[in-house]
Design a protein around this ligand. Structure first.
Ligand code: BV8
Ligand code: ZN
Length: 251
């Protein structure tokens, strides 16, 4: 895909970059997104799954959903989109990666200090004593995992609807959005708050906000530009532009 000139300019000059990713960046790895045609919410009733009350009422169903997703995630690999962002972090001095994803694929691609706003599906904890619960004790559980220390219910370490995001991660993401000169909004439908307010904060503070998505979203009318395409194709192209600029500088 050819990157329009104004975008090339912003990308090559960027010194402080903040990136927000959503489920779309993992789509090319084979992880289904939430919304859209074959979205995860389709197979399962969203309201029954991603909130604490439903979990208390029906922990089996919620664990069935998370076990299904963990199985998928264990079978896939990071894709060129994830890898490009790990490369970008090595190129750009002031670089922050914020993700709504819980699939751990950014860390597996080599990204460091990833700000995980909605938690991480590879971690679980006891709702009573809050101690971490580990994989082996979970897999032994026939139906739903219980805490080996106090017998309490174990839940996935993810942020459900109506739950607060990790305050430190959210605050650090907002700080990076306020100071960056380039903000990349990759693979998110922009419907879930407060995560979706981060690109809007960057825009208010003068950043060039570039959306990367095969289709237009709720955010498209409020960003600087939208590149219609796949993250796995566009992000490596942006890294090539940055590399040229940086090799040129260091040459
Ligand atoms: C909270 C669980 C405070 C983890 C999820 C205003 C302010 C604050 C809160 C609210 C508000 N308005 C409404 C709320 C409430 C609610 C909310 O936002 N509701 C929405 C639906 C209206 N927010 C909350 O409850 C948040 N908590 O605010 O706390 C509080 C506390 C108490 C009382 C009140 C408030 C908690 C939000 C977190 C919810 N947890 N999931 C899990 O199981 O994963 S949300 C779920 O959606 C996932 O976490 C996911 O990360 C998130 C966002 O989805 P996307 O990542 O965008 O994925 P989606 O499928 O939607 O889109 C994929 C995109 O990729 C598409 O656009 C597609 O075109 C694109 N794509 C496809 N292929 C590619 C691609 N892009 C690039 N390349 C490709 N190849
Ligand atoms: Zn416990």
């Amino acid at each position: 895909m050819t990157i329009p000139t104004p975008v090339r300019e912003c990308v090559s000059k960027a010194e402080s970059i903040c990136v927000l990713t959503g489920a779309g960046i993992s789509a090319e790895s084979g992880v289904p997104t939430f919304r859209g045609k074959e979205g995860l919410w389709k197979k399962f009733r969203a309201e029954e799954l991603a909130n604490f009350d439903s979990f208390l009422r029906n922990p089996e169903l919620v664990w069935e959903w998370y076990s299904y997703r963990k199985k998928i995630i264990n079978e896939v690999q990071p894709n060129p989109g994830h890898i490009a962002l790990a490369e970008m972090q090595r190129l750009i001095r002031d670089f922050t990666l914020v993700t709504q994803n819980v699939d751990n694929l950014h860390s597996r691609a080599g990204s460091r200090d990833v700000l995980e706003l909605h938690g991480n599906i590879t971690r679980s904890y006891c709702i009573r004593c809050r101690k971490a619960a580990f994989e082996e004790s979970l897999s032994k559980a026939e139906k739903i995992p219980v805490c080996e220390f106090c017998g309490g219910l174990v839940r996935p370490d993810v942020v459900w609807f109506g739950e607060y995001l990790p305050a430190a991660a959210f605050e650090e993401a907002m700080e990076s959005a306020r100071r960056c000169d380039l903000f990349l909004c990759v693979g998110t439908s922009g419907v879930v708050y407060p995560a979706a307010s981060i690109p809007l904060t960057a825009k208010e503070h003068g950043a060039f906000v570039l959306e990367i998505n095969p289709e237009y979203t709720d955010l498209s009318s409020r960003v600087s530009d939208t590149l219609i395409g796949k993250a796995g194709e566009i992000l490596p192209e942006l890294v090539r532009i940055m590399k040229k600029e940086h090799n040129h500088e260091s040459a």
